[in-house]
Design a binder for this molecule. Structure first.
Ligand code: GLA
Length: 386
């Protein structure tokens, strides 16, 4: 899934496939998370940004309830469905994302017509960069406009979360779609997941002589699998025992007391979330005062917390992080849900090649698949292209 079809070419291909021009073309980005992992469903803080890798959809509404879906990257060929038959779980592979979004909008009382859709995306699949949310956010932007629903971003975020949680069956939070819908060029999205308040925080690594490298370990992950859900359950148990609505309401000063109340595993999960929330706030504060060169230690601490307390890293992610740090990165951590996917490494421009070479070498020596390594910068959120 590494196509970057030009908007005009995508529209022309839509016309060839479906016999009429699309109503428009919409685009939505994937994301990396700078810091704040597994804090979103604990009503805490996150600091992701939209990346310059996007899903694009050419879409045309129909005058019946049929849905026809095709992608430029093959996969399942032409997928056909009918909106009146949709039930959670219907569809395969990527088709569940547009179908889930249509279903979630209908559940919210929006009169969604049938539609034809051609998808193109260069957000790598399964790399922990929110390829699924990029698709969902492009589709929901299109349907929000074409149905005249005009829902605000906060509602679109909740509708895509419903699509993921109920239709696709992945019990995820609101970080990814918030970054995709509300991101802006040059800015990280500081999101309070309790009330969806957003502050955009400038993140200009280049001006500080740095690049943010993404190391896709090629270990694929799936949030519909058990690990993510079991972490979420531990957090909910911890909150219940500590007598709070969500772990957001537990400060670092309560950790000692918590150690007397929680079993060892729950305590570790809680400690990660509580300290991670604190690290997000510290990151925002030092970014504002001193810029990106000052956040390396916080990124490192976040990784250690995910590796040892939340236990969602894997040997490939640890190797990517450790090798990056040993070769000049000033901070590195896994990003996203974990159990595979990508790491990020904040690296001085002059060390970039050394980090890349060392990571590739260490993966080869360990007998792992070759990683994919690229830089990202904060890019615009979802928008209409044509
Ligand atoms: C996935 C989920 C998000 C968030 C992260 C972990 O990306 O989709 O909601 O929970 O994992 O921070």
């Amino acid at each position: 899934m590494t196509t970057t079809t030009d908007t005009g070419v995508l529209a022309a291909r839509f016309q060839e496939t479906f016999g009429a021009a699309p109503d428009g073309v919409w685009q939505a980005p994937g994301r990396v998370n700078l810091i704040g992992e597994h804090t979103d469903y604990n009503e805490g803080f996150v600091l992701p940004f939209a990346i310059d890798k996007t899903a694009k959809v050419a879409l045309r509404v129909r005058d019946d309830s049929a849905v026809r879906l095709l992608s430029t990257f093959g996969g399942h060929g032409l997928v056909e469905a009918d909106l009146s038959d949709l039930e959670p779980g219907t569809g395969e592979g990527w088709s569940r994302y547009p179908l889930g979004v249509a279903w979630a909008l209908k559940e919210r009382g929006i009169d969604v017509p049938g539609f034809d859709l051609l998808l193109d995306s260069d957000v790598p699949l399964g790399a922990g960069l929110s390829s699924s949310h990029a698709i969902e956010c492009a589709v929901i932007s299109a349907l929000n406009e074409l149905t005249g629903a005009g829902l605000p971003a906060e509602e679109l975020v909740l509708a895509t979360q419903c699509a993921e949680n109920v239709y696709v069956g992945a019990p995820t939070g609101i970080m990814d779609q918030s970054a995709s819908l509300r991101g802006a060029k040059g800015q990280a999205v500081f999101l309070d997941c309790r009330d969806q308040h957003v502050d955009l925080v400038p993140f200009d690594a280049e001006a500080s002589g740095l690049v943010l490298l993404v190391i896709d370990t090629k270990v694929s992950h799936s949030h519909a699998d058990g690990g993510y859900a079991s972490r979420r359950a531990s957090c909910e148990l911890g909150a219940e025992i500590l007598g709070v609505k969500a772990l957001r309401d537990v400060g670092v000063e309560r950790l000692e007391e918590a150690s007397g109340l929680l079993d060892e595993t729950t305590l570790k999960r809680v400690r990660h979330v509580v300290t991670e929330n604190d690290r997000v706030l510290q990151t925002v504060e030092v970014l504002g005062r001193k810029g990106p060169a000052s956040i390396g230690g916080l990124l490192d601490a976040s990784h250690v917390s995910m590796r040892d307390d939340f236990e969602i890293s894997c040997p490939e992610l640890d190797l990517a992080v450790d090798t990056s740090r040993a070769n000049g990165a000033i901070g590195a951590r896994m990003t996203g849900g974990g159990f595979g996917g990508s790491a990020i490494a904040l690296t001085p421009v002059g060390q970039e090649q050394q980090v890349r070479d060392a990571v590739v070498r260490s993966f080869a020596e360990a007998g792992y698949n070759a990683p994919d390594i690229f830089t990202v910068t904060p890019a615009a959120g979802a928008r209409r292209l044509a």
